[in-house]
Design a protein around this ligand. Sequence first.
Ligand code: URA
Length: 235
Amino acid sequence: MQSNKHRLDRFISVTTGINRKHVRLLLAQKRILINGDPASEINQVIGQFDKVELDNQVLQNQKPIYLMVHKPVGVVSATKDDRHKTIIDTLPSNYQDLHICGRLDLNSSGLLLLTNDGQWSRALTSPENKIKKVYEVTLENPLTEEYAPAFAKGMYFSYEDITTRPATLEVVSENIARVTLEEGRYHQIKRMFGRFRNPVIKLHRVSIGAIMLCSTLAPGEYRELTQEELEQLSK
Ligand code: URA
């Protein structure tokens, strides 16, 4: 099923082929259990992570997964790709159904979040929620004092007909900047430095919201998010 929430009668009918009218009977006979309790409302909303059983047969029992991956350079942030290894290819079989929340370019590295929770990833990537993403950027040429105001003002991208939202640029050293974005336009950072004709040599994502890339994760390594990280993110 595509969406993450369904009415109970539709859910049962789509997953089992049982006619929706007959679902009422099953309900009256208390043969449907939701999270272990007999269902009572035909229009009860079933979420992606609700356990649903019919006559002791499990119809749905998915656990939410939230994964932090240290994306290495040269791996694609995608689930399928004909030419390059994808981040999913690097993960074990129990993580093959995850999707990516906010991509990184092929030659970028750093924090990638993956999940099977569509609601969570939508909230994380929706520009309205203004979740800050921090990048460390190494440039070919030295930075000047013109950069920070231009990033803060926003830049017009004619292809999409948008002006980028205010972004923060801090100078870390002559050729290294720390950039904070609240959105994720296509090749956004490279295009913003492109306005100064200053090619990006290295681009590494350090954090997304309150979640920092764990310093003990080497490129290619991953771990599940802790409860504390999940709570910090939803604050
Ligand atoms: N901006 C880019 O240009 N590339 C990335 O991978 C992320 C942000």
